[in-house]
Design a protein around this ligand. Structure first.
Ligand code: CMC
Length: 422
């Protein structure tokens, strides 16, 4: 196979090198395209465009493969914790038991948040969406962590990484309580990060915390399954913002805002809204599927479809298995889980979905599990953000170390008026 591609346009022929991939599609280096042909590449939604080289995560969407640093997601979900996978993403290798313990200790030490940050969280109207408060709080961290803002200083980058990973669960739990009209709980550094997150979310001041292994284990797995997904919308946002030299906190806050949309992380909340709507409307699952197929009011089957996965989302398989297990072990009987299963079955036997290669994605069953754990629906997307944090950080750091990084600045095909006079 040739290592060059030729593009001909009129009299001009331009040769472009191939950027080799270890797996998956290699890239065509079009960095001289405009200079040599006068044409830009036009790729709405970046469906065919590689914005970067990356060694963190590999996805084969046709085969339903997801690997972090070479390890299949099934193996990681089965045998490793969210903390270990966070370490893997950020530092490139799985930690030894001793390394994992030191890492955990550092995160716990960095967990407490300031009074100013708590009062900022408390200043929002109770109707505010937690994702809005979360991005504001993470943005505001840059105002207190002023010694950790220089992307070119490795010690500061490392301390900012630890600070974010340690504080994000505390911030997320504080947002939940505050919006519920309750006082936030301070972290208990004796507990594990995930268990303490659950205590700070659901515990009561002055009462001892009885951890539930089923809930803690399931939440750990769900966070792990969300930990990275290569160049998705929010990760690309984190990279784009970071490419300007913006600090880690500012970049992550932008990623949180990108994640909030219903086509991205906001889908987990939207799935539960959809299941509730079907349940309360009295419509059958078939009637709802018919509305989706008719594109009535632009409605979509939330939790279905993916830009990259064209067979199945390997995360969705794992989540579905967990949904049954967690609900059974918690003794929760939720009719919404039955509706979700019926909806999935109805969609999978329907040509509309098979022709378009639309299958359940990671968000389809997560809401039902979060609901069984007693998280309110508006906290579902902040939980996605908590899970995705190590991935965002890993990508920001990878880009930050890459000496070939240039500020992200796409072209456009201008279609407005030619020059005119007033
Ligand atoms: N329900 C109904 N039709 C759909 C759906 C859906 N969920 N997803 C795509 N389609 C149709 C779409 O209408 C279009 O049909 P047509 O060819 O007739 O115009 C065709 O499938 C292709 O859709 P697209 O919008 O061009 O596909 P995309 O790759 O740009 O969008 C997506 C990917 C995930 C945004 C989309 O599938 C979707 O909106 N899904 C529902 C929202 C959702 O669950 N998002 C979570 C994604 S996974 C977690 C994450 O990474 O955030």
């Amino acid at each position: 196979m040739s290592d060059k591609v030729s593009i001909s346009y009129g009299e001009i022929t331009s040769e472009m090198a191939i950027v080799p991939a270890t797996e998956g599609p290699s890239g065509i280096d079009i960095s001289k395209l405009i200079a040599t042909t006068g044409l830009s590449s036009f790729d709405q939604g970046f469906v065919n465009t590689s914005s970067t080289k990356s060694a963190i995560t590999f996805i084969d969407g046709e085969k339903g493969i997801l690997r972090h640093r070479g390890y299949p997601i099934e193996q990681l979900a089965e045998g490793k914790s969210y903390l270990e996978v966070s370490y893997l993403l950020v530092y490139g290798e799985l930690p030894s038991a001793a390394e994992a313990e030191i890492f955990h200790g550092k995160l716990r030490e960095a967990s407490p948040i300031s009074k100013q940050l708590l009062s900022l969280i408390g200043s929002f109207d109770p109707t505010a969406h937690p994702m809005t408060v979360l991005s504001s709080a993470v943005s505001a961290l840059a105002a207190s962590e002023t010694g950790l803002l220089d992307p070119k200083n490795p010690e500061q980058v490392e301390a900012a990484t630890i600070s974010l990973l340690g504080k994000m669960p505390v911030i997320t739990a504080a947002i939940h309580r505050t919006l519920m009209g309750k006082d936030p709980l301070a972290p208990n550094l004796e507990l594990s990060l995930i268990d303490d997150f659950l205590r700070m979310t659901f515990g009561e001041e002055g009462q001892s915390w009885k951890s539930n292994d089923v809930v803690t284990g399931a939440l750990d797995t769900l966070l792990l399954l969300h930990a990275d997904h290569e160049q998705n919308c929010s990760t690309s946002t984190v990279r784009l913002v970071g490419s300007s030299g913006a600090n880690l906190f500012a970049s992550i806050a932008s990623g949180i805002n990108a994640l909030s949309g219903p086509l991205h992380g906001g889908a987990n909340e939207a799935v539960l809204d959809m299941l509730n709507l079907i349940s309360s409307s009295g419509d059958s699952v078939e009637q709802y599927v018919a509305r989706v197929k008719n594109k009535e009011d632009g409605i979509r089957l939330m939790g279905f479809g993916h830009r990259v996965y064209k067979s199945f989302d390997p995360r969705a398989k794992i989540v579905k298995a967990h949904a049954d297990k967690v609900l059974t072990e918690l003794g929760v009987k939720d009719p919404l889980l039955d509706i979700a299963k019926e909806l999935e079955a109805a969609a999978l036997r329907d040509e509309y979905f098979s022709e378009r290669k639309l299958y359940p994605n990671v968000d389809f069953y997560t809401g039902v599990i979060y609901k069984a754990m007693e998280f309110p629906p508006r906290m579902f997307t902040p939980l996605f953000a908590l899970g995705r944090l190590p991935g965002w950080i890993a990508h920001w750091r990878e880009q930050n170390l890459d000496t070939s990084t240039r500020i992200g600045r796409p072209q456009q095909v201008y279609v407005g008026p030619n020059q005119r006079s007033i």
